[in-house]
Ligand binder design. Structure first.
Ligand code: SF4
Length: 317
């Protein structure tokens, strides 16, 4: 382990690279990273990187986003097969078809897209949101427009509750957050009667309604910082997040909420990135994310939504 860590550090220096890692990466990768964060924090961090190369330890759409926001940088992803069930649930051609259908019905709408989506889908959108900024962006959609929210139906229904805006929801889900077991959560609550429960808004409503705090991973960390006493915390999100929680707030005790079929919830796509693949991609300079034609339009939408770039006076329909 130590040898490979030393190798990665040396290669990072040689290749003039910065390592960004999502909170759902395993702890060895998070420990090595220059920046860790949720999608929003990492997308913003990517625009501040000074080195020639970014190695994105996360899934494909995240590395794609880093490339879109940094066209002149080389962006590497340790495993090109690190996908995302949410992104896959909304193919661009199907979204375009549905948008055309809504338009043919005379519906006036804007498309608000969760960042867990391909660049081609972002290019068809008016806004891109993360769980960290979705409420704020939705409030920017003029009230006389309907909202088509893609691809996560659970996050969409949570945003309906919080903002009071009714939305047309795409039928997509995250395979990790979809499967938390409400029975196991209730049993954990019995075992730790004073515990607080934190849940990601990608969880279904039956988990969210038993939670004391619902929010993205950055929001969860901020919430933990407000707990005055050492507390038992039941966590309904990807299990690697517990490492980051422990690292930041070691005074609390963390318990992962089990899934229906497993003891914890690990994202199989994030898990494709390993220290070995991180080393190899630095050594070989691949897999690399290359610029695609749809990136230009996606960039405009991302900058407007995440970096508070210039807002067009008319967007979408
Ligand atoms: S945890 Fe879910 S939403 Fe996040 S990358 Fe994995 S499959 Fe996609």
């Amino acid at each position: 382990m130590t040898d490979i860590v030393a190798e990665i550090k040396a290669l990072k220096e040689r290749e003039d690279a910065t390592i960004l890692a999502h909170y759902y990466q395993n702890s060895e990768i998070q420990e090595l990273a220059d920046f860790t964060g949720d999608s929003l924090k990492l997308a913003r961090a990517a625009t501040q990187v000074k080195t020639k190369t970014i190695v994105f330890c996360g899934v494909h759409f995240m590395a794609e986003t880093a490339k879109i926001l940094n066209p002149d940088k080389r962006v590497l992803l340790p495993d090109l097969e690190a996908g995302c069930s949410l992104a896959d649930s909304c193919p661009a051609d199907k979204l375009k078809q549905f948008q055309d259908f809504l338009r043919s019905q005379g519906r006036k709408f804007q498309t608000v897209t969760y960042i867990n989506s391909s660049a081609a889908v972002k290019a068809l959108s008016d806004w891109v949101v993360t769980s960290g900024n979705a409420v704020e962006v939705i409030r920017r959609v003029p009230p006389d427009y309907e909202i088509l929210f893609v691809p996560d139906k659970h996050l969409g229904s949570y945003l309906e509750e919080v903002t009071g805006r009714k939305m047309i929801l795409w039928d997509g889900t995250c395979i990790v957050h979809e499967v938390f077991s409400v029975q196991d959560l209730l049993e954990l609550k019995k075992r730790y009667p004073k515990a607080v429960t934190v849940a990601h808004p990608e969880c279904p409503a039956n988990i969210r309604e038993h939670s004391d705090f619902v929010g993205g991973t950055e929001g969860m960390l901020r919430f933990l910082g407000t707990l005055k006493e050492p507390t038992d915390v039941l966590v309904a999100t990807e299990v690697n997040m517990l490492w980051q929680m422990q690292h930041n707030y070691p005074q609390h005790r963390y318990h992962p909420v089990p899934g229906i079929t497993c003891a914890c919830n690990r994202c199989p796509f994030m898990a494709r990135n390993t220290l070995e693949k991180l080393r190899d991609c630095l050594a070989k300079g691949e897999p690399e994310i290359h610029w695609q034609p749809e990136f230009d339009k996606a960039r405009e939408v991302l900058e407007r939504s995440l970096l508070n770039g210039p807002v067009k006076t008319t967007v979408g329909d």
